[in-house]
Design a protein around this ligand. Structure first.
Ligand code: TRP
Length: 364
């Protein structure tokens, strides 16, 4: 819990991360983890959260360049932080420059593998980036392991019209050309640009589970759209998708923030991915976070996951009563197939502000 308006962004989010790590039993690595967050945030995070955000980060609704998530499943929970590096002064090119500097430092410290990053960086990191962001980091904390780091690229970085070809070429360079056709056939078949590539992500480690992930946003989708999208992945039970949508977001159609699909490619997934995740932006489909919590608990129960970890994580990050806003619980995702099936819950820092609860929609 944080209520210190004079805190810097780095201290505010660092205290939330500390509480979150403690809440799920990952306290041993707190110091390293908080330092990593601090470094990834960049220089602008020294400013107090009482000032308005210096850069309109798309990481979260209130422009905080940080979002927490906790992944539940068969293994111990993992805590992750999505971070955008903000330069001082901030700007598209400046932020990218500073984040590359950060990446260099982290590479040394954590022995990251940048082979695949270098294979695609000229595609996704032009000198004059466009769009909402160029490079985001995900910092992943698990028990008994060094932090893992993932990077997100923006398919729109050369303009929205270039997105499809950047993703196609990125997959080709990494050996997954045939997988691109599978995704296109299952997830991008509606006309009018309703389905679009939204992120391209890489794990920066060499292990067998090291992934390439491609994300597709589905505007105005109904459940059938994402069930079909899920069926592109090998060994994934797409029939679990409708129930997950119903429990977390309702019956649809999903006309608020879009449902998002992601596909995971690992080692020998040449022609189709072996993992699929569905992200429901639950905050747009509930009255407030109390309702979001109830829905998350229902979905965890349906998936046979002990709710204690989620409850503890929520208490650790929340700085207010759940009925006072909508958006602390930002997304909830269902992970199917490789590498680790389960449910992930995304928690907003709300360092800069809270979205007011929504008036209840009346049934018609
Ligand atoms: N804030 C953006 C969105 O809601 C990006 C984002 C942050 C996101 N965390 C996410 C997208 C988790 C999907 C899943 O779209």
């Amino acid at each position: 819990m944080m209520d210190d308006a004079d805190a810097s962004l780095r201290d505010f989010t660092g205290q939330q991360l500390t509480a979150l790590l403690h809440s799920v039993g990952l306290q041993e690595t707190t110091e390293t983890s908080v330092r990593l967050l601090h470094d990834a945030l960049g220089p602008a995070a020294a400013r107090p959260v009482s000032e308005s955000p210096v850069w309109p980060s798309d990481v979260s609704d209130d422009r905080t360049p940080v979002e927490f998530s906790t992944a539940f499943g068969d293994d111990d929970p993992a805590v992750r932080v999505l971070v955008e590096t903000i330069a001082d002064p901030p700007g598209r090119a400046g932020n990218l420059h500073t984040s590359l500097h950060v990446l260099g430092a982290l590479t040394e410290r954590f022995g990251l593998s940048l082979d695949r990053f270098h294979a695609v960086r000229d595609l996704f990191l032009p000198e004059n980036p466009q769009g909402a962001f160029s490079l985001w980091f995900s910092l992943v904390f698990r028990r008994g392991a060094l932090p893992a780091i993932k990077v997100y690229f923006n398919p729109d970085v050369r303009g929205v019209d270039q997105g499809p070809s950047l993703v196609q070429e990125g997959l080709r360079r990494l050996g997954f050309s045939a997988g691109h056709s599978t995704i296109t056939a299952h997830a991008l078949s509606r006309p009018g640009g309703l389905d679009r590539f939204s992120f391209f992500a890489l794990d920066l480690d060499e292990g067998d589970h090291s992934r390439v992930k491609v994300y597709v946003s589905h505007e105005d989708a109904d459940v059938a759209v994402v069930e079909r999208a899920a069926s592109a992945a090998r060994g994934v039970d797409a029939e679990r998708v409708p129930d997950f949508c119903l429990l977390t977001g309702g019956p649809g159609p999903f006309t608020g923030r879009p449902l998002i699909s992601s596909y995971t490619f690992v080692d020998d997934d040449r022609d189709r991915p072996s993992g699929y995740s569905l992200y429901v932006p639950i905050r747009d489909y509930v009255a407030d976070d109390a309702e979001a919590r109830t829905r998350v608990l229902a979905v965890l129960q349906r998936c046979g996951i002990d709710p204690t970890g989620f409850e503890n994580a929520l208490n650790a990050v929340a700085g207010r009563p759940l009925t006072d806003g909508a958006g602390l619980i930002a997304h909830v995702s269902l992970r199917l197939g490789r590498p680790r099936p389960g449910v992930t819950t995304y928690l907003s820092s709300e360092a800069y502000g809270v979205t007011a609860p929504r008036p209840l929609r009346l049934a018609n």
